[in-house]
Structure formats: C-alpha cells, structure tokens
Design a protein around this ligand. Structure first.
Ligand SMILES: [Mn+2]
Length: 317
C-alpha cells in the first residue's frame, strides 16, 4: 500500500486499465481510480481494448475510455484492475511499453503478482473496495462519481449483496457510497433492467439446454457460436446467465460452457457452498475465486465437458 501511495505522489501521468471483457468491477474500478487520480491533479488516460459494455455506459467517466494505445503515449505508471494474470489485460496492453511501473490492484486469490507493485487484497469483496482504500489513503475526497463507481463494483461482485463475500463491512462501505451520492436504484436499473431483448432470446436457449447431474449436485448449460448469430445477442450480455444453474436447489457447482472461435470453450464455474472451483480451473490454466472461476479448454463440447465433469466430481467427493 505504501508503495502505491508513493507512486501516486511521484507520478504525473497515469494509465488506468482492466481485464478484457470488463465486468462491473473491472470497469468501475478503473474509472474510480481515474477520478481519484484526476482529483489529485494527475493526467489520466483510460484504456480497455474491449471498450465499455452497453450496460456500463451510465458509469461516470465511461465516455473517456479509449480502445487504442499508440507509441505516442507515455505514463509514469499504469494501474491495472481486477486482473489476476498479465495475459488477461489483452494483446494491445501486452504490446504497449509506454509506462515506467505496472501497478496491479486486485482481489483475486489466484493473482500471480505480475506487477512492479502489487496491491492484492483477497478478502476484499471487489477490486473497487481496494481502489477506495488506496484513494482514501492518498487523500482523495469521496465524490459522487467515485461513489457511484465503487458502489457498482460492490453490487457486481457480491451478486447484489447476496454472495458469501457480503459482510457488515461491505454493507457499511456501500452505505458510505450511497451517502456520497451513489443511487442504488439507478445502478440496479442500469445493470439489471436495461438488457437488450436479444439477451432473453439467448437465455431461452440456455434454459432449454439446462442439465443436472444424476446426484443433482451440479448443473450445466451451453451456448454455441450459432446461438449468437441466430439471436443477435453477444457474450457480453451473458454475464449473469450462470446464476440460473446455480440457483437450482441442491446444486453445489454450476457450469456454463461458451463456445469460442477456433474449437475452444470458455468454461465458467460457480460454487454455492464449500467447493473451491478455482482449484478446478487451475487444473486447466484458468483462475478466479473460490466461488467463481473460469478457464478455457480446446476441443469439442463432448471432450471439454467430460474433462470438466470428471474434475467437478472429484472435488465433490
Ligand atoms: Mn472483481
């Protein structure tokens, strides 16, 4: 923490970024950090190669995010948020060399500490919680822009304050953000009640294919590339889909397979009770948290699902 504060004090220009395919924690964390740095008189550039998902465009500062970095840019430090592994920052960030220091701000237990400075607090409910701890220590005032962004990170990563990472501290922090100007209703409406119609057509396909294991302890579904083409929906809209298999009574592990180009599947896992799904994903070079993790496997659906199910069954034993 002291190293981050020193880097902020010393630097004049900063890049803020987050993992590809940014969710509400990744995007709102980088925006909150940017607002804080600007308040301290720093020059800030906001970058994510995948840009801002439609549902997050209400976030203050989201209009400043750029998707290209050229060699003309140069920064004293780059803050990267909510990203457990360097590769997940994307190819464009990977190729970019215009920063002196890389500052890794995260809450994933699986974070491999790839930064020059690493502020990884794995019991923080969201990366945004870590961001606010940094900004507070750096002497930032809590503005409504920062508060709305931090509040969004909490709602996203606690499943609207339903997951086991929700505790008294999380709720107090959320209340503090609301006092400073975050609107729970505005955030909820944008995150959960502004979905494109196509998303629900795609959800219909997922529900049609919903399966459950013989012992009813794990459940899964699959989305194919052709579903995206036929429904007009995109993977960006499927963030919440895994909550359906997870919500089935008795199910301890939920699995969602998403077909990717080039014979690959992105496999997302969620656990409801004690199962550590990050262990399962680590076997396939993936990562995440105990209760939410993902990995990418090559092969047909049959091949990929067989591998995943056998390791899910092992862990359930
Ligand atoms: Mn997160």
């Amino acid at each position: 923490m002291n190293n981050v504060i020193a880097a902020i004090k010393r630097g004049k220009s900063f890049l803020v970024s987050s993992h590809v395919g940014p969710d509400g924690d990744a995007m709102a964390s980088m925006l909150a950090m940017g607002w804080g740095l600007e308040q301290l008189g720093k020059k800030v550039t906001y970058f994510n190669q995948d840009s801002v998902p439609e549902v997050l465009r209400f976030l203050p500062g989201s209009d400043k995010v750029i998707t290209q970095l050229t060699s003309q840019y140069s920064f004293d430090a780059a803050f990267v948020m909510d990203c457990g592994a360097f590769k997940r920052l994307g190819e464009k960030f990977g190729q970019f060399k215009g920063y002196q220091k890389l500052i890794n701000v995260d809450h994933h237990a699986s974070n491999d500490r790839y930064g020059d400075i690493n502020t990884v607090i794995d019991d923080a409910a969201s990366t945004g919680e870590v961001v606010w701890a940094i900004l507070k220590k750096a002497g930032c005032k809590l503005t409504s822009q920062i508060a709305t962004n931090i509040y969004c990170t909490l709602v996203t990563d606690t499943g609207s304050f339903r997951y086991s990472n929700t505790n008294a501290h999380t709720l107090k922090l959320a209340a503090q953000m609301v006092e400073a100007g975050a609107s729970p209703n505005l955030v909820a409406q944008n995150l959960f009640e502004s979905q494109p119609y196509e998303t629900f057509v795609l959800l219909g396909r997922l529900l049609e294919r919903l399966q459950i294991s013989k012992d009813k302890r794990y459940s899964w579904s699959v989305i194919y590339q052709k579903d995206l083409k036929e429904t007009g929906a995109s993977y960006e809209d499927t963030e919440e889909f895994i909550n359906y298999p997870r919500a089935i009574k008795g199910v301890e592990v939920a699995v969602l397979f998403k077909e990717m180009p080039q014979n690959q599947y992105k496999v997302s896992l969620r656990s409801k009770l004690d199962v550590d799904v990050s262990q399962i994903c680590a076997q396939f070079q993936g990562g995440g948290h105990k209760k939410a993790a993902a990995c990418i496997l090559k092969g047909s659906f049959e091949e990929v699902s067989k591998k995943i199910f056998s390791s899910v069954e092992k862990v359930l034993k």
